[in-house]
Design a protein around this ligand. Structure first.
Ligand code: PMP
Ligand code: GLU
Length: 397
């Protein structure tokens, strides 16, 4: 079939592809432990879900303004105010159908042919595709492996050209779990500001942080230290609401209007019942933060379990110590050989021979690594890691 040049280079989401395959094999009766899915295994807290259900019952079934209900935009701005250095304005909030759409909105509105957009590598699998959909050029850039690949001015200096117009990265990072300290974030922000480069900070895992408090946000830096920027966040990961599809961007209201115009022709408003559920969450920060703390406690325990099991079963395998999100990003290249020469080969073999589903690093731009998600029960996580170790251990020279 002849398709438009718009999608000539487009590849389907690799993370979604692995989860879909794992689900299919399970449905066929195979014994599969799925450590691929990038979503909390918890149900949406009942009172948040109730906000959506009550919303439907009381007529919340019609269009809302494209950038979302004003009450929700105000609630989001209020919710994030305590960690922000400046007064947040609700007109800067554009509610979308997931953080993914907010990243798309930002990239499509800001970048175009001839532009290069740096992506913190390893990068989330959708970044290069979204940048390419805007007809700009995605350019991976990584900081030192010994520092969880976090970007620093030296790494950025080596990648910048006179065509660089943007920098897109996530902290806490998917897939590495690395989290930028406030100083590290400030260094990246200063670097971008000095060059007038748009900084898109994907903070969807902000609340899932294993250190004290929440992860540093671009919003927490003084306004005068920031150049042009967009902060992306949402309800999916923190409140176990992946299926509700609620994300948002925070930016200068002028850009917010441009993104609203784009969204008005693509999806209009995010689903109204989902906005009403999100309003329950953002509108009651105390209650919401309490359930987030409980979930983060569970993720922290599983992080410790995963790290402990790797230390015990695969002590020679290097991984990035996860400080946030719910992924363990570990090297698999020591197991190459016998016809296996990439993470894709290794992950396929582990899935076929041991029934453990993990995502190959090719999805994130590095075929030496694989990613497992520890957003699953302790029992499944332990079983899955034991399977991975059983496969890898004899192959580690
Ligand atoms: N950014 C990152 C780094 C992610 O891992 C995800 C996961 N899906 C998203 C954005 C998109 O989130 P959402 O489900 O809200 O679209
Ligand atoms: N972001 C998650 C992941 O990386 C969910 C799947 C997706 O949207 O790519 O696995």
């Amino acid at each position: 079939m002849r398709v438009s040049p718009n999608i000539e280079r487009l590849r389907p989401s690799a993370t979604i592809a692995v989860s879909t395959l794992a689900r299919r094999l399970k449905a066929e009766g195979r014994d599969i432990i799925d450590l691929s899915a990038g979503q909390p295994d918890f149900d949406t807290p009942a009172w948040i879900a109730e906000g959506g259900i009550q919303g439907i019952r009381s007529g919340g079934t019609r269009y809302t303004p494209t950038p979302g209900l004003v009450e929700l935009r105000k609630a989001i701005a209020c919710y994030h105010q305590p960690e922000s250095a400046s007064e947040l304005t609700w007109e800067g909030v554009v509610v979308s159908s997931g953080a993914k759409q907010s990243i798309f909105n930002a990239c499509f509105c800001l970048f175009g042919p001839g532009d290069e957009v740096l992506m913190g590598a390893p990068y989330w699998t959708s970044y290069p595709e979204i940048i390419a959909l805007a007809r700009a050029e995605p350019v991976p850039v990584a900081g030192p492996e010994s520092n969880g690949f976090k970007l620093d001015p030296e790494a950025l200096d080596a990648a910048v050209t006179d065509r660089t117009r943007g920098l897109l990265f996530s902290s806490p990072s998917n897939p590495s779990g690395a989290v930028y300290s406030s100083d590290e974030l400030a260094a990246v922000a200063a670097w971008a500001r000095e060059r007038g480069i748009w900084l898109i900070s994907d903070e969807i895992y902000q609340r899932i942080h294993f250190g004290p408090g929440i992860a540093a946000s671009l919003l927490s830096l003084p306004a005068e230290t920031l150049g042009p920027n967009v902060v992306v966040n949402g309800a999916s990961k923190s409140y176990a609401m992946t299926g509700w599809r609620i994300g948002f961007s925070y930016s200068d209201p002028v850009l917010a209007q441009k993104m609203t115009a784009l969204q008005s022709h693509v999806t209009s408003n995010a689903a109204t019942p989902s906005q009403l559920a999100a309003l329950a969450a953002y509108g009651d920060p105390e209650r919401t933060n309490a359930v987030v703390d409980e979930m983060v406690c569970a993720f922290r325990r599983r992080r410790d379990l995963a790290v402990g099991l790797f230390g015990e079963l695969l002590p020679a395998v290097h991984f990035v110590p996860p400080a946030g999100a719910f992924y363990l990003y570990f090297r698999v290249d020591a197991a190459f050989g016998d016809g296996l020469s990439s993470a894709g080969d290794v992950c396929t073999a582990i899935l076929e021979e041991e029934g453990a589903a993990i995502v190959p690093g090719e999805a994130f731009g590095d075929s030496r690594y694989a990613r497992l998600s520890f957003a699953t029960s302790d029992e499944l996580l332990e079983d899955g890691i034991r399977r991975i170790a059983r496969w890898m251990q004899p192959r580690l020279g």
